[in-house]
Design a binder for this molecule. Structure first.
Ligand SMILES: C[S@@+](CC[C@H](N)C(=O)[O-])C[C@H]1O[C@@H](n2cnc3c(N)ncnc32)[C@H](O)[C@@H]1O
Length: 210
């Protein structure tokens, strides 16, 4: 294994555990994850940081997928701690191995920044949702202010290499709408105590449209 692969597989998951459990990020998880109900699928479930926010009284089954072996190890530990039976698999959002219309709800937190192909992943998330099913999301992305966007563009090439392919300049809610989801409720803001280039947050609930 080269240094790059070793870094991505061993260091990045630890960095993510740290950065993604900050109070600002946890506050956003708390806005969307407890809304999950029925048959739930979580994309990019590595790390397992959402498990403490799921409402077991509303979720009837849980499936999740992530490409990172270390991330999946953390996710399986979180599943075991929660004490629920869950189907947690290795794989990519661009090709989800589930039938069309299999889920009531899809959860996607801080993952659209890292997938290889954001539009294809959103198409897959839409495909596996039943008609009227809901996408719950919380993501960071391209900031509304030009000066911040300029910094995001400058920092992104280095950041992507250090942070497991995480992009800073991707749109969030507009990409979700473009993929065929109708917003039900959304929010956006700069996260407190976070550099603005990494801190533009968008979250919400969107229904599979059409
Ligand atoms: C910043 S972490 C967020 C992890 C978790 N979703 C959370 O909210 O803490 C990004 C996650 O996306 C995963 N990821 C990267 N590429 C992916 C892909 N093509 N499909 C699905 N997940 C992917 C990474 O392995 C990592 O677990």
């Amino acid at each position: 294994m080269g240094f790059g692969n070793w870094y991505d597989e061993n260091v990045v998951p630890r960095l993510i555990q740290c950065a993604c459990s900050s109070p600002a990020v946890s506050a956003l998880r708390d806005k969307v994850v407890p809304l999950a109900s029925g048959k739930v699928f979580e994309i990019g479930c590595g790390g397992g940081l959402n498990h403490e926010f799921y409402d077991l009284g509303k979720v009837t089954s849980f499936s999740g997928m992530d490409p990172s072996a270390k991330g999946l190890q953390y996710a399986r530990e979180a599943v075991a701690k929660k004490g629920w039976a869950a189907d947690v698999r290795q794989g990519y959002g661009e090709a989800i191995p589930f039938e069309d219309e299999s889920f009531d709800c899809v959860v996607c937190t801080f993952t659209l920044c890292s997938v290889g192909d954001q539009a294809q992943t959103l198409r897959e998330l839409r495909r596996i949702l039943r008609p009227g099913g809901r996408l719950l999301y919380a993501e960071h992305g391209s900031a509304p202010d030009q000066r911040v966007r300029n910094w995001q563009g400058r920092i992104e090439p280095v950041w992507k290499r250090l942070a497991g392919g995480c992009h800073l300049t991707r749109p969030v809610s507009s990409a979700i709408s473009a993929a065929g989801f109708a917003p039900l409720q959304t929010g956006e803001r700069y996260a407190p105590k976070t550099p603005r280039w990494a801190g533009w947050m968008e979250w919400g609930e969107a229904a599979k449209a059409g």
